[in-house]
Write a protein that binds this ligand. Structure first.
Ligand code: C5P
Length: 298
């Protein structure tokens, strides 16, 4: 039995760290937007074992890959003894703050549940997703959502109509940022953790009412430690804001910076300008919003 699925990425329109938790994670509120850039995963049931291959040599294909972990935790929970072969075609850059690995894990849980005739219900799948990683539950669905707790409490929001017709520019430089390092770095920036709660809901409401909020309403606590270490990212953000962008922000823990532009022409010319001013970046892509999220492969 075979099945192919697409797995999208995300940006955080807001990532407000509101405290440190006893379990070592941080308490967050985020406004997360699905973004139509896709990896593709091909699944084939096997007699036994979990095999992963990937078109990109730099991506681990052992049990450190979240897709393998998802297949293992699905099999354990569903009591499945057979195995699976997964081939992953990566288009979403790794260590960019775009959630590609988390999205692959969510796609794997959903695909395996389908291939095995839905042995697990939604609540159990959500639990498995949350165990795999803080961002995985968001990818079990494809709507914009507010995420709370450590990221696993997902509240879908009304369509963010203010973004319709806008163009999103994503720029990832030639280096990545490890997420644990970015969160640890927050300790040196207490000011980045003392914004009041409620901003994710507030921004979702404003964007649903078709008025694009001022650029400062798009906020990410992790910019403080990440921009301190990698000032290039802030220079790219400020360049975009001074040259026609309506908003620009670090994606999650980075290293991608996203830029919301009024139209595709602005996004393309800003992408070109960033390349010529700051050097060739590893990934520069323009995406029309809001985008479609079919997870089936044509
Ligand atoms: O949950 P996930 O494995 O994706 O998190 C990666 C790392 O990011 C964690 O080990 C932790 O250091 C940090 N993190 C955090 N608080 C969160 C989410 C992630 O401190 N809410």
């Amino acid at each position: 039995m075979k099945l192919s699925r697409k797995s999208h990425c995300k940006i955080n329109l807001l990532l407000n760290v509101v405290g440190q938790r006893a379990d070592g994670f941080h308490e967050l509120e985020m406004l997360m937007l699905p973004v139509p850039i896709f990896d593709r995963l091909d699944f084939e049931l096997l007699g036994h074992g979990i095999e992963l291959t990937c078109n990109q040599p730099g991506i681990p294909t052992d049990s450190s890959n979240l897709a393998c972990q998802a297949a293992e935790s699905f099999a354990a929970k569903a009591g499945v003894t057979g195995g699976v072969r997964v081939h992953l075609e990566k288009s979403i850059p790794a260590e960019g703050g775009l959630g590609g690995g988390s999205s692959n894990a969510a796609a794997t849980l959903l695909a395996l549940n389908e291939l095995h005739d839905q042995p697990l219900g939604q609540a159990t799948l959500h639990e498995l997703a949350a165990e795999l990683g803080s961002d995985v539950p968001f990818f079990m669905q494809s709507q914009a959502a507010v995420a709370k707790g450590r990221g696993e409490i997902i509240e879908p929001v009304a369509p963010l109509e203010a973004l319709d017709g806008k163009s999103l520019l994503l720029v990832r430089p030639g280096f990545g940022v490890p997420t644990p390092w970015a969160y640890q770095g927050l300790a040196k920036f207490p000011g980045a953790k003392n914004r009041p709660l409620g901003q994710a809901d507030e921004l979702a409401k404003r964007l649903a009412n078709s008025s694009l909020a001022e650029a400062s309403a798009f906020y990410n606590s992790l910019e403080a430690p990440v921009f301190d270490k990698f000032p290039l990212l802030n220079l790219m953000k400020q360049h975009a804001l001074a040259n026609g962008a309506e908003a620009a922000l670090l994606c999650g823990s980075g290293s991608t910076v996203f830029v919301i532009c009024p139209d595709a022409a602005t996004a393309q010319s800003l992408g070109q300008a960033i390349k010529s001013k700051f050097g060739q970046q590893s990934f520069v892509q323009t995406v029309p919003l809001p985008g479609d999220f079919p997870n089936t492969v044509a």
